[in-house]
Design a protein around this ligand. Structure first.
Ligand code: UDP
Ligand code: MG
Length: 326
């Protein structure tokens, strides 16, 4: 696809940002030349996910002398995946790349992804982590468990070390936009689409500055969303536990009758209490699982948007450096 300069944006780069004031200068310093080097008309869609630091102010300062920058501000912190959704919906490019703000994914690889997609007519190019040596041991282990579980449930089509650094064609983006999903987990939805795809390996660097915006609670949320969005298998756990305890009961009845017939009636408090605790625990787990899915049905029925855009720089005339944000 040959770019037609001026008229059409060939490449959009979506970057979700949550309290990234410390990494922004370094990001711009590396991303801007990397994108200029591609030689295609591009736009950068910076999605400010309700940051409470100076991210918004810094982005507005950048608007003044970076024509290709677009700033989309969400009204409140809506989470990484929701910010990505906002970016994908706002992007206009023939290809749309997504990248983290913290320079863990090298921006220079975007050119390689674009080249591969254009050359081999691919709709999806995944950035795949060649090694995770810079991540903490805890992150590596939890990520390993996550991808193992997900590949077992969604299938081998999910690349095992691909996060949210990837390139999508316009067609793939439109397919994603048309999905009615509420809690999108793109690293699963994208492979699920089944478009022709390729991979670009990269070395995952350390976050250049600041701290991770993915505390354990958000990681657990992502894992639960991933599992429940793609599988009803946990619901079946209830059935299997039920079957197991049913057969367990048979054995207990047989044992009880034997004890009764032989006249060895025992006090039996311990066994009763243990059985009660065990069954009560299983029942609560199963009710919790049901609740998790019913909660999702409820959210889906409500059909509330996952994000609200409070400001989009492309909707207004360009502010100058000292113009105040909305
Ligand atoms: N992020 C976001 N909203 C959030 C949390 C994170 O937009 O609620 C962005 C964050 O600014 C970064 C990306 O998502 O660009 C990935 O976050 P981070 O690097 O903290 O995650 P990690 O690499 O530690 O998994
Ligand atoms: Mg990171």
């Amino acid at each position: 696809m040959a770019p037609s300069p001026g008229s059409r944006t060939e490449l959009s780069v979506v970057i979700p940002m949550y309290n990234e004031e410390e990494v922004l200068p370094a990001l711009v310093a590396r991303l801007r030349p990397a994108l200029a080097a591609t030689g295609v008309p591009y736009e950068v869609v910076a999605v400010n996910d309700g940051s409470t630091d100076r991210t918004s102010a810094l982005l507005h300062e950048l608007l003044a002398d970076w024509r290709e920058l677009r700033v989309v501000e969400l009204r409140r912190n809506s989470g990484h995946q929701a910010a990505l959704t906002a970016g994908l919906h706002s992007a206009v490019g023939a290809y749309v790349a997504s990248i983290d703000a913290d320079l863990q994914d090298p921006p220079e690889k975007i050119a390689e992804m674009l080249e591969l997609a254009e050359r081999d007519k691919l709709d999806i190019v995944y950035g795949v982590r060649a090694d995770r040596s810079t991540d903490t041991g805890f992150k590596r282990r939890t990520a390993g468990l996550y991808y193992w579980l997900i590949r077992r449930m969604v299938g081998e089509r999910v690349p095992s070390q691909a996060g949210d650094f990837r390139l999508l064609s316009r067609e793939a983006v439109e397919a994603l936009k048309a999905l009615p999903d509420q809690q999108q987990v793109y690293r699963l939805l994208v492979p699920w689409l089944g478009f022709p795809s390729g991979q670009v390996a990269y070395h995952r660097d350390e976050r250049v500055a600041g701290r991770t915006k993915y505390p354990l609670s958000k990681m657990i949320r992502l894992a639960v969303d991933s599992i429940t969005n793609f599988s009803a298998a946990p619901l079946r756990i209830a059935t299997w536990l039920g079957v197991a305890s049913f057969f367990g009961c048979f054995a207990m009845v047989a044992a009880t009758l034997t004890i009764y017939v032989t006249g060895h009636t025992v006090p039996g408090w311990t066994s009763l209490f243990v059985a009660m605790l065990f069954l009560g625990g299983i029942q609560l787990i199963c009710v919790g699982l049901l609740g998790e899915y019913i909660g999702r049905i409820y959210t889906a029925v409500q059909r509330r948007p996952t994000y609200f855009i409070g400001y989009d720089s492309s909707q207004e005339s360009r502010p100058t450096a000292d113009a105040a944000p909305e």
